[in-house]
Design a protein around this ligand. Structure first.
Ligand code: SF4
Length: 217
């Protein structure tokens, strides 16, 4: 086996350990009620979703199928955390939103020392920037392999221009804000995100992966 394959194996083992930790709800001292990670993710997403989200869109944002999310939503409705109301833009559709009880649970899960965020307290800025870059690449690869859609990362955004700025500390440009930014400011769930078309996505993914400076066309 080549050295790089051995290294990938070790990284995969580490990521799988973390995933198992999440699945086992092994967080010690986590505030609020222990719950499966997908329920915690629904709470966090709906807490930042303004008037609410349709179930299909929520599933897309989570990278799961609507069918697999259905039981989770039923459980959360039974707990009184999630409620449905008509979508003002289409009376036949329903929006999911948090109830008062759900917002209280979400606030506990969003505390900076909770869950994964609590573990990330151990990383300095350089490590966080490297991890943000890596998660962008991993999500992009998952999208390329057809494993996920609807995630709102910079790489998948039509406003993203990797390595398009002359500022070495902030090498990327965001076409939405018009500002350069560095890896530490990469967004994994950005409200201003607009999906890139397939061709731009492929070009940006390679440019970002290989750190190729942007050449103005
Ligand atoms: S709009 Fe958001 S997701 Fe898109 S490039 Fe700018 S910061 Fe990244």
């Amino acid at each position: 086996m080549q050295e790089i394959e051995r290294q990938r194996e070790q990284v995969a083992a580490g990521l799988e350990q973390l995933a198992r930790l999440m699945q086992a709800q092994a967080w010690r001292g986590e505030a609020g009620r222990p719950m499966p990670p997908v329920q915690a993710s629904v709470l966090k997403l709906l807490a930042g979703a303004g008037p609410g989200l349709r179930a299909a869109r929520l599933a897309e944002r989570l990278g799961v199928t609507a069918a697999s999310l259905s039981d989770t939503l039923k459980t959360m409705e039974a707990h009184g955390w999630v409620q449905r109301r008509p979508d003002p833009e289409d009376g036949r559709a329903l929006l999911l939103q948090l109830s008062r009880k759900g917002r209280a649970q979400a606030a506990l899960k969003l505390q900076p020392d909770q869950g994964m965020a609590g573990l990330l307290q151990a990383l300095d800025e350089a490590d966080l920037a490297a991890l943000l870059r890596s998660t962008q690449l991993l999500v992009a690869e998952a999208q390329r392999q057809g494993l996920a859609t609807g995630l709102r990362t910079c790489i998948g955004c039509r406003f993203f221009q990797p390595f398009a700025s002359n500022d070495a500390a902030r090498p990327h440009l965001c076409g939405f804000t018009g500002q350069p930014f560095g890896d530490l400011e990469l967004r994994n769930d950005c409200t201003e995100h607009a999906p890139a078309d397939a061709e731009d996505f492929a070009v940006n993914r390679e440019r970002f992966r290989q750190r190729i400076p942007h050449i103005a066309e």
